[in-house]
Write a new protein. Structure first.
Length: 220
C-alpha cells in the first residue's frame, strides 16, 4: 500500500511488479546454490604392478586332501608290513589314506578262524608301520610313532614293549609303580616313541640301578 500510494501505481501494475521480484529472487537463489563449493574425494593411489584382488566369484577354493582326484591319490604311496594270520604276508605298497581293511585285502585276506578282536580295521594306515593279524588285543594296533605295531607281552611271556605297553603292564616290571609307569608313557608320547631301550635313562625317576633292573625286561 505504501508503494502504491508513493508511486501512484495501480493494483494490477503492482501485482506484476511483485511477480517479477519473486522470479528474480528464485533465479538468484538457484544461481547461488549451483555455484556453492562441493567436497571432492581424492582418487585412490594404485601401486604400479599391483594386481587387483580376485573377486569371490573367480576365486577357486583350495582342494582339501580328501577332495584330491583319484589320480593324485594313487600317486602318493605308503609302505606297510602285514604279518600274522594272512594268506600273503609281506611288505605292501598301498595308496596314501588306505585303512587296515585295505591292507588285509591286499595281503589276500585273513586265514579262516582268525580272531580279529582288538584290530581296528577302519584305522588309517601310516607309512612304515606294521600290522600284526591274529595277535592278542594288547599286541595289535599302531605304536605312538606309527613305525611298528608289535605290542606288549604280559609277565613271563617275554620283554614288554615300551611303545605299546599300558600303565598296568608297565607296573608288572620290578620297581615300577603307577607314577613311574605314567612317566614312561608321557615320555614316549612327547618323543614319538622309544627307538632304543637306552632312552629309558631319560625318563624321570629311572636311575642307573633301576635301568639295570629293567633293560633286559623291556624292548622298544
Amino acid at each position: 500500500m505504501w508503494v502504491q500510494l508513493r508511486c501512484g501505481l495501480e493494483p494490477r501494475t503492482l501485482a506484476a511488479l511483485a511477480v517479477v521480484l519473486v522470479a528474480a529472487a528464485v533465479f538468484a537463489g538457484q544461481h547461488f546454490w549451483a555455484g556453492r563449493p562441493q567436497a571432492v574425494r581424492a582418487p585412490e593411489v594404485v601401486q604400479e604392478g599391483a594386481a587387483p584382488p580376485p573377486s569371490d566369484a573367480l576365486a577357486e577354493p583350495e582342494p582339501t586332501p580328501g577332495a584330491l582326484p583319484p589320480a593324485a591319490r594313487q600317486s602318493a604311496r605308503i609302505v606297510v608290513d602285514v604279518s600274522g594270520k594272512v594268506r600273503q604276508p609281506g611288505v605292501l605298497r598301498l595308496p596314501a589314506g588306505s585303512r587296515v581293511a585295505d591292507a588285509l585285502e591286499a595281503a589276500g585276506g585273513v586265514t579262516a578262524g582268525t580272531d580279529l578282536t582288538g584290530l581296528n580295521r577302519a584305522r588309517v594306515l601310516m607309512d612304515g608301520e606294521q600290522v600284526v593279524v591274529g595277535a592278542p588285543p594288547s599286541v595289535t594296533g599302531a605304536g605312538p610313532s606309527g613305525a611298528t605295531v608289535q605290542g606288549a607281552a604280559g609277565p613271563g611271556t617275554g620283554p614288554i614293549s615300551l611303545n605299546t605297553a599300558t600303565v598296568e603292564q608297565l607296573e608288572t616290571l620290578p620297581g615300577v609303580g603307577p607314577v613311574l609307569a605314567q612317566h614312561i608313557i608321557d615320555h614316549r608320547t612327547r618323543n614319538g616313541g622309544f627307538r632304543s631301550v637306552d632312552e629309558l635313562r631319560e625318563v624321570n625317576g629311572i636311575g642307573d640301578r633301576r635301568f639295570g633292573d629293567l633293560q633286559n625286561r623291556v624292548r622298544p
